[in-house]
Design a protein around this ligand. Structure first.
Ligand code: SF4
Ligand code: SF4
Length: 134
């Protein structure tokens, strides 16, 4: 299960921005990305097998995006707003740019699971809140 907490980690400016929320009952990760936001550096953990695979694939950009995580493991870095550095592709802000080779904790979070629904509920609420007139 993906390890996540909600400690704010503030680093680089974010290029991936939330725009349109995904449909409430569609669990298409590539159009969602709710669980890839509001996370802290190193909480989307990767495994030793991931590291070996990325070295084999010569995925230097993926290896370079890792920071020390929980439990002596490595995890993905986040932007200043807590969004994973890999979230967002040109024209698709909710897609994972390394989807095909993403790490174990990203794969382990099952679309439609209770954890997934919680991430989505929180994300939708945040979107609604930010859309409300002040
Ligand atoms: S696991 Fe759930 S919250 Fe995460 S991207 Fe997929 S559908 Fe969205
Ligand atoms: S690597 Fe991809 S799936 Fe994993 S947290 Fe980052 S954007 Fe989400």
């Amino acid at each position: 299960m993906r390890q996540r907490d909600h400690i704010a980690a503030r680093r680089r400016p974010c290029k991936a921005r939330a725009v349109e929320p995904p449909a409430a009952e569609e669990f298409n990760c590539r159009e969602c990305g709710a669980c890839c936001r509001d996370v802290a550096d190193g909480t989307a953990l990767v495994s030793a097998e991931d590291l070996v695979r990325w070295k084999r694939e010569k995925a230097e950009h993926v290896l370079a995006s890792l920071v020390p995580g929980h439990f002596s493991q490595m995890g993905f870095a986040t932007h200043a707003n807590g969004t994973c550095v890999h979230l967002g592709t040109p024209g698709h802000p909710n897609d994972c740019s390394i989807y095909e080779t993403r790490g174990w904790s990203c794969r382990a979070l099952e679309p439609g699971s209770s954890q997934c629904r919680t991430y989505r509920r929180l994300y939708f609420a945040k979107l609604e809140e930010s859309a409300e007139p002040r």
